[in-house]
Write a protein that binds this ligand. Sequence first.
Ligand code: FCB
Length: 449
Amino acid sequence: MTKLAIPYDSKMFHQDFIFGVATSSYQIEGDRASRLDSIWDIFCQQENTISDQTNGDVACDHINRWQEDVNLICDLGVDAYRFSISWPRVMQENGQVNETGLAFYELLIDTLKMQGKKVFVTLYHWDLPQYLENKGGWLNRQTAYDFADYCALIGQRLGNKVDAYTTLNEPFCAGYLGYELGIHAPGLTGKKNGRQASHHLMLAHGLAVQVLRQHCPEADIGIVINIHPGYPLSQSADDIAATQMGGEYLFYWYLDPLLKQSYPSVIEHLNASEQPDILPGDMAIIAQPLDFIGMNYYTRNVYTMNAQGWFEIVPPSHGNLTEMGWEIVPEAMTEMLVTLHNEYDLPPLYITENGAAMPDKLENKRVMDQNRIAYFQSHLLAVHNAMEQGVNIKGYFAWSLLDNFEWAEGFSKRFGLVYVDYATQERFWKDSAIAYRDMLTSRTLSTNE
Ligand code: FCB
């Protein structure tokens, strides 16, 4: 069996470095009948939204199979599990907690804690209750306050049992893909919508940090942002300018408010009618001190300038690509992390997601995903390299524990360490899972020597 030979014994991946696996509620849970609808339920029902016309009604049936999944987590030997709470599962429309829904997460967390696992809870991984979307969703400023109320209730109940809370996962996807490009739920389009939804998401984050601090003073509180390092298609001044613009619009739009209390200068390129409405005091609310930032990394963006003087992402046509068509460029991760470290006064970081969809084949109960092992290997080295250059990274979470519902790609793309046969819900360890486990075992052995 191939070993995932990461430099586990270097001083950079010291004993306190956390290795984990990550999932999210809509992607794995299923059991739609026991919760309210989310925007993803409704989005999936629309035509031409999901490439294989599937939905998350059943997904990995995790609600019924969670114990088996916790066993997988334990057998992998990871230190931590990152998952999200489904807002429409734990809240009722009247603002009261849905006790049955919350009990599920309480039991899950207690079981993980009993097994000595660290618990990283995401409070919003894109499954907004549809009743809130009916009132405008993230375009409605009130949703930010409703999010804070939901977080306050969850914080009161789960409190310090949770090691780390993240308010939002990738506000870029929720705001830009969901409200500006329309390729994610709820499928709205337009710059104004995207920018306004994003602003309300960031406001929701700031308000939620404030209430979580009150209720969970010992837990770490942070947010998860996806980094997309940008590179110009050519060295022309236009492409370089497009790269700057694209980076600001897609990435720094979410980072600068947190760390600089302002939106990047690309906001000046928007007409007044496209700019978000920002009320006095909003930026200060957003820029709450953070215990950590989670960074998700998959690939880089290559930019060119289009005829309208706006940036355009050039999809990679060849090279080393994953099944998503995403270019495999681990060094871009190192570069971005080091750049951020040099440009900002960063809190500690976690890599909260990293992984790859590959053309997995289940043969004789085995998936020989050497390509995924190579992806993890090169990206763990990229993390290590960033740490050697001074970036404070406290942990790494593989995306994902299981194959699952990959949003607009449905079940057609597999990111799991563990293969899911959706017809039977049987789980099979891929070679990459075995390699991840072996890497973690060898780490334990080396610290016991
Ligand atoms: C990230 C999402 C996660 C998963 C991966 C592949 O953007 O946070 O849910 O879909 O991409």
